[in-house]
Design a protein around this ligand. Structure first.
Ligand code: SF4
Length: 390
């Protein structure tokens, strides 16, 4: 496997999963746990060992982007972050101009942490704001206030972050469009280079989803579809007026400030995931590290990490994934690339449905690319299903 992976992956983006949070947010289904004593100390040497293992197997990968996600990477003590950055430099070849993103939460993004992160080479900060309304933050179980979020963004600027992204969530229970737009406008006032605006996804088993499921139907208070559609369409209009380009269903950026890490993943490039729960795709091989600290630690110690439960993706699956990810982006799907990957001419195999989608102005065909319009992006899952892909 390693020889294959080496051949297929002279260059790969890195994802480093930091699976600790101060407490669990009510809507969260990501792999993260409230941090317990001693866990961070145990995690760090194993993460460094995992890097060394991959360097031994693959040689020095050239790394165009690295992304610290979580969890809450801003909970890392600064000396731990320093050792991780040292490990990255020791074991990988960080390309010139490498983009290094770190996800931070407002309450743990202290001035000291942000300054240390910046001086260690982190050059893009993704701040989890989610809302600028305290009652919404409390509904979501976020461990910070709107004011703390604002102050954290200000601290990020004074720590020298010239590339700041803010995460927001819209479509919350009980939320009216005006309330969502209030958060959006507050975010724009901070002039971030990048904004991610995600529609709330009610994940089964989360306290938020269970609370709503138990409430009588008329008390669920999720905004009606029509209002959600207005929120989405107005978000795009307002952000465009403010100088942001939509480059993916939920992502907007100033010119040249799109997240290169996410773009690489959406374009089907290789990425290596480190840490518990991290997924990797190298060539046609894909695996996910165990979402369990102990199980991950055991595999790292036994040098079996990445050698268990690997999946070999067929050319058909890779082509389908490429189509689904590309259709989420403003660039759209390169039909020639799709034909090269799948051996099929999408316009011929799906001509009737593509014609119908064009008539409804849900997709456009231009310069050999199939793109969703903004209205199409609103119903992207249905379009992807209509094209016969899940
Ligand atoms: S901070 Fe992020 S990863 Fe942690 S519990 Fe909240 S949403 Fe989940």
């Amino acid at each position: 496997m390693c020889a294959d992976a080496t051949r297929n992956a002279p260059s790969a983006s890195l994802y480093i999963h930091v699976p600790f949070c101060r407490a669990k947010c009510r809507y969260c289904a990501f792999f993260s746990e409230p941090v317990r004593e001693g866990e961070l100390e145990a995690y760090l040497p194993l993460l460094l060992e995992e890097m060394a293992l991959w360097a031994g197997r693959l040689g020095r990968l050239s790394v165009p982007t690295a992304f610290f996600g979580g969890g809450t990477p801003s909970l890392l003590p600064t000396d731990a972050l320093s050792r991780i950055m040292g490990g990255l430099r020791q074991h990988f070849d960080l390309a010139q101009g490498v983009e290094i993103t770190l996800e931070a939460n407002p309450e743990s993004a202290t001035q000291d942490f942000l300054q240390a992160a910046r001086s260690l080479g982190v050059n893009r900060l993704s701040l989890g704001v989610q809302s600028f309304r305290d009652e919404e933050l409390s509904l979501l179980g976020r461990p910070h206030s709107a004011r703390q979020a604002w102050e954290a963004a200000t601290r990020a600027r004074s720590a020298g972050f010239a590339n700041l992204s803010l995460d927001l969530i819209w479509g919350l229970p009980g939320q009216r469009e005006g309330q969502w737009l209030e958060s959006l406008r507050r975010a724009i006032e901070l002039s971030p280079e990048h904004l991610s605006c995600y529609g709330l996804s009610l994940e089964p088993g989360t306290p938020l989803a269970e609370g709503l499921a138990e409430a009588p139907e008329d008390e669920r208070q999720l905004p009606p579809e029509r209002e959600l559609a207005h929120m989405y369409m107005h978000t795009g209009d307002i952000l465009e007026d403010a100088g942001y380009l939509q480059y993916e269903i939920s992502n907007f950026a100033r010119l040249g400030q799109a997240c290169r890490h996410n773009q690489a993943c959406w374009e089907g490039r290789d990425y290596l995931g480190l840490g518990p729960g991290a997924t990797s795709t190298l060539g046609s091989l894909r695996w996910t590290n165990p979402e369990d600290l102990r199980a991950w630690a055991e595999l790292v110690r036994e040098h079996r990490i990445g050698l268990h439960q690997r999946e070999t993706l067929s050319p058909e699956i890779l082509a389908q994934e490429r189509l689904m990810l590309a259709l989420r982006t403003a660039k759209g799907l390169d039909l020639a690339e799709y034909r090269a990957l799948s051996g099929q001419n999408l316009l011929a195999t799906h001509s009737a449905i593509i014609q119908a989608l064009r008539q409804k102005e849900l997709v456009r065909l231009n310069k050999g690319r199939l793109r969703l319009t903004r209205t199409g992006m609103l119903v992207s899952s249905s379009i992807i299903r209509a094209l016969g892909f899940e």
